[in-house]
Design a protein around this ligand. Structure first.
Ligand SMILES: CC(C)(COP(=O)(O)OP(=O)(O)OC[C@H]1O[C@@H](n2cnc3c(N)ncnc32)[C@H](O)[C@@H]1OP(=O)(O)O)[C@@H](O)C(=O)NCCC(=O)NCCS
Length: 148
């Protein structure tokens, strides 16, 4: 299994995998095709987009980490917006291996931190904790509805 940086904007294979993973338990997202293309383009088609794919020995994409690099006074950080492993391969240590390989690729790029948001009640929360992520106790994620 090998991790490489996604060089182009997203492709159909990555889109199919994303759709399959996030249409399934525990997320059950309901993506409409055009909207998904727009979302994946938002993620992968910007000047600060940084995405990685994990491929198996047959060169099929079996995982994705889609995000952005932001500059900060301490250096650069990689914000992961979407992270996923193919449904049938989950819970076999592959997501952890993928994160390790991403770490190794970020090191020479002088990226100091990986940040992300997730849901506390979802299994992914335990996955990230198991892989060395810590909660920033002083930070809160806030949202506001735009006045109509
Ligand atoms: C979350 C995800 C990326 C983890 O990758 P993975 O290859 O399944 O994870 P690993 O096998 O390396 O680690 C498993 C650990 O993750 C947690 N975990 C995450 N999802 C799990 C699931 N569906 N079933 C069981 N454990 C899960 C557990 O804490 C588990 O630890 P354990 O093996 O000690 O019980 C993967 O399960 C996935 O793609 N899930 C669906 C998409 C998703 O939720 N993405 C994150 C959005 S924020």
């Amino acid at each position: 299994m090998k991790t490489t940086e996604l060089q182009a904007s997203h492709n159909q294979e990555l889109k199919r995998l994303f759709l399959k993973v996030f249409s399934s338990d525990p997320w059950f997202d309901k993506w409409e095709d055009t909207q998904l293309d727009l979302y994946l383009h938002d993620l992968t088609g910007n000047s600060n987009s940084l995405s990685f794919v994990l491929r198996n020995d047959q060169n099929d994409i079996i995982g994705g980490a889609l995000g952005y690099v932001f500059n900060w006074w301490e250096g650069q950080e990689f914000y992961i917006k979407e992270f996923f492993i193919s449904n049938d391969l989950q819970s076999k240590g592959i997501g952890s291996l993928f994160l390790d390989q991403i770490d190794a690729l970020l090191k020479p790029q002088a990226i100091r931190h990986i940040t992300l948001n997730t849901e506390r009640t979802f299994p992914a929360y335990h996955f990230y904790k198991k892989n060395g992520f810590t909660e920033l106790s002083d930070s809160v994620f806030m949202a506001k509805k735009v006045d109509e």
